[in-house]
Design a protein around this ligand. Sequence first.
Ligand code: NAG
Ligand code: NAG
Ligand code: NAG
Length: 220
Amino acid sequence: MRSNIITAVSVLACRAFALPQPNNDACMRDAQANTVAKNFEALISAYTNATANAVMTADVVDYSDSVISLMDSACPTSAPAGSPLPFVALGTATFDSRSDFEAGQGGQPNITFELLNVWHNCDTVTLRWRSSTPNPGPAAPATQEQVTGIVVLETKFNGWQSAQPFLIQSIFSEFNSGAWLYDLEVLKPSNCSAAAKRDLESSHSGSNARRGRVSAGARR
Ligand SMILES: *[C@@H]1O[C@H](CO)[C@@H](O)[C@H](O)[C@H]1NC(C)=O
Ligand SMILES: *[C@@H]1O[C@H](CO)[C@@H](O)[C@H](O)[C@H]1NC(C)=O
Ligand SMILES: *[C@@H]1O[C@H](CO)[C@@H](O)[C@H](O)[C@H]1NC(C)=O
């Protein structure tokens, strides 16, 4: 029920909060904001360098401590043994150019990605997303924890005649990397016991607590 409501809302959710600005030709409308959001979706769910080249500026900068935690497998000071990716410190740019993004993201598997909401003003798109199975496998827990995230995309106007009038120029992206690291079996929570489940049940009500019980039950 809850997810049906979210899906229904997401279909209707694109709204322009900015007032029309008649003197600003470069103010994006709902259609361009949706395109920018779908472009971001494609970078996560159907990645190709061609898409990256088409939808982002060459000087794009991506900030995401959540991505850094995934890249570093939550290791605090050095990349995990065998990691193909260099260690990146929290708080620094995750990728500081399009080619850097391509080298990092291009090696990642595509994941399921559901757009939940899109908002925009003249040059910035904000979106919510959810992935029900962020680890496409083969190694993944039998029951994956969903991951939800919020992204703010600042864009650069690229001309109305362009196939992409608004290019992504900066990315501020955070999501539930704890759940994702569980799905990747990097973080293995201990003490997901019957006692802990009862505590969860008595201290919460509603769908979040129910979901917590279901996924806790799927752990060993
Ligand atoms: C991701 O999806 C794109 C588009 O379908 C495909 O070309 C690419 O090979 C996929 N990447 C991986 C790692 O499977
Ligand atoms: C995508 O671009 C990156 C960065 O330029 C490069 O390292 C990588 O080899 C490219 N991948 C493909 C499949 O061309
Ligand atoms: C797990 O539970 C035991 C016994 O209550 C406790 O001593 C331990 O600190 C707990 N471990 C974690 C990671 O919470």
